[in-house]
Design a binder for this molecule. Structure first.
Ligand code: F6P
Length: 509
């Protein structure tokens, strides 16, 4: 049921319309080692009260328990969403997730073997390069985590990521690789995703052209998938297939065998620290009263911004080069989860769900798009993500954080000026998240924080955050167009698409 009919929604609407003399609430929360400063958000005590009442009215407490206990909360697909079980101690996992432990042990054993050089290629050589093939949830989390956490002294294999079907993605990854020292990791929950199938097929062809030995596939290709038959049909032996489960959504799967490249890059112990960081956030989320519960408060703050203050886009601004891929990862996590317009019962959602999420690293963004943030006409909210103990040299890091704080201050305070061109309005709602350092546990906690935030907002809006039916249409339409770009008559197409097909297939193109 759409939320605008609830009592608390009406109270909040009144507050949004009557808000005059705002007394902002200083609000700083610590959770799982992270600090969140919500002081620059436009929250007042009555607003917070209203938001917390909304959370109760929407049954958030029961919904959280339903998620953790493995109820099929992804109702359109009849599935649980149990990614939290993958990072929980074994005795705290629901029965339905019990099989995960043995599989994760195999994943971590493989990572150890490759890192130690005991996993040998078909010609007896150790592995120096891993090519990870996957897209969406089977790519974004692993690449973010590998880029954020790999340090030169970890001594693991080099990890290359291939996602896009554009051949450049694969050819760049393969350039200069020795097939005898390369391990391909094909990751696809469904094993039917076009990009991954095509990239995996071309990788196999590249490998066979150079080695001429089909039996060598068994030492150079492994797969992660729920679709064991399709992986076998591709030619990957069952012993090299690491199963996934339908109770882990793609965009929530970095904690599962999908995280294999991270384990390969940083090793077993640090991978387990990553899981522990996620679990620490889970414990906070599950046990802390809502008034001090970070994922809940971040979710409610978002609801206030998007549904009552008219905020139409959410910027993600990591001030850490190693978190360069965080905006891409969060785009999928948030927009694929909560870019919906229908409630659970199929009735329309009558209020806005998630706005556009985008972002980029500071300080680079300051010299690109921040101008619009300071003086443009569009409304936005921003999350600054900073690291207390960051990369040396110390003076660089101090400048980095000084700039992050200066930007959020400018967005809050603005500036008066007699010259209207120099006036900065201020009053922009921002949150600053502080990681103690950029380590596996803090990244784990950060990712889990956003996962739970997404979940809570889905509950408030009464949408299914765990399906993604909207992406199917384009996939289907691409099939006949592929044939028509290959020379078949462009029948059944709209005029624009037919014109483009004809242009791309004209004789002189
Ligand atoms: O097309 C969207 C999507 O289904 C995502 O939800 C998913 O993460 C991605 O494609 C990849 O899917 P798979 O892991 O099945 O290849």
């Amino acid at each position: 049921m759409s939320p605008e009919t609830t009592k608390s929604w009406k109270v909040l609407s009144r507050l949004a319309n009557t808000e005059t003399d705002r007394e902002d609430v200083p609000r700083r929360i610590e959770a799982a080692g992270l600090l969140a400063d919500l002081t620059k958000q436009r929250l007042t005590e009555p607003v917070l009260e209203g938001l917390l009442a909304l959370a109760s009215e929407r049954g958030l407490r029961d919904a959280i328990e339903a998620q953790f206990s493995g109820e099929p909360i992804n109702r359109t697909e009849g599935r649980a969403a149990l990614h939290t079980a993958l990072r929980a101690p074994v005795d705290e996992r629901p029965e339905s997730a019990a099989e995960a432990e043995a599989v994760m042990t195999r994943v971590l054993d493989l990572a150890d073997d490759v890192r130690r050089g005991t996993w040998r290629g078909a010609t007896g050589k150790s592995i120096t390069d891993v090519v990870h093939i996957g897209i969406g949830g089977s790519h974004l989390g692993p690449e973010l985590a590998v880029e954020a956490l790999t340090r030169p002294w970890h001594l693991g294999p080099r990890i290359h990521f291939v996602a896009n079907i554009d051949g450049t993605s694969l050819s760049r990854a393969l350039a200069g690789l020795d097939p005898n020292r390369t391990l391909f990791v094909v990751v696809s929950k469904s094993f039917s995703t076009l990009e991954t199938r095509v990239n995996a097929g071309s990788s196999r062809a590249w490998f066979l052209e150079r080695t001429g030995d089909a039996s060598a596939i068994a030492r150079h290709f492994v797969a992660v998938s729920t679709n064991l038959e399709a992986a076998a049909a591709f030619g990957i032996p069952p012993s090299n297939v690491y199963p996934m489960w339908d109770w882990v959504g793609g965009r929530f799967s970095v904690w599962s065998p999908v995280g294999l490249p991270l384990a390969l890059a940083i090793g077993r112990d640090r991978f387990l620290e990553f899981l522990a960081g996620g679990h620490a956030m889970d414990s906070h989320f599950r046990r802390t009263p809502f008034a001090a519960n970070l994922p809940v408060l971040m979710a409610l703050t978002g609801i206030w911004n998007y549904n009552f203050l008219g905020v139409t886009n959410q910027a993600i601004l990591p001030y850490a080069e190693r978190l360069r891929l965080l905006p891409d990862f969060l785009q999928q996590l948030i927009m694929e989860s909560n870019g919906k317009s229908v409630c659970h019962d199929g009735t329309p959602l009558n209020v806005h769900s998630m706005p556009i999420v985008w972002g980029g690293t500071g300080t680079n963004g300051q010299h690109a798009f921040h101008q619009l943030l300071h003086q443009g006409t569009r409304s936005f909210a921003a999350d600054f993500i900073i690291v207390a103990n960051g990369e040396p040299p110390a003076s660089h890091h101090r400048w980095l954080n000084a700039n992050a704080l200066a930007q959020s201050q400018a967005m809050l305070m603005g500036q008066e000026d007699a010259d209207p061109h120099k006036r900065v309005a201020g009053g922009k709602p921002t949150t600053t998240l502080v990681l103690p350092d950029l380590q596996p546990s803090s990244l784990g906690a950060l990712i889990a924080l956003y996962e739970h935030m997404v979940f809570c907002q889905g509950i408030i809006w009464d949408i299914n955050s765990f399906d993604q039916w909207g992406v199917e249409l384009g996939k289907r339409l691409a099939v006949p167009i592929f044939e028509q770009l290959g020379g078949k008559p462009a029948l059944g197409q709209d005029a624009s698409t037919r014109g483009l097909i004809e242009y791309l297939t004209r004789d002189d193109s």
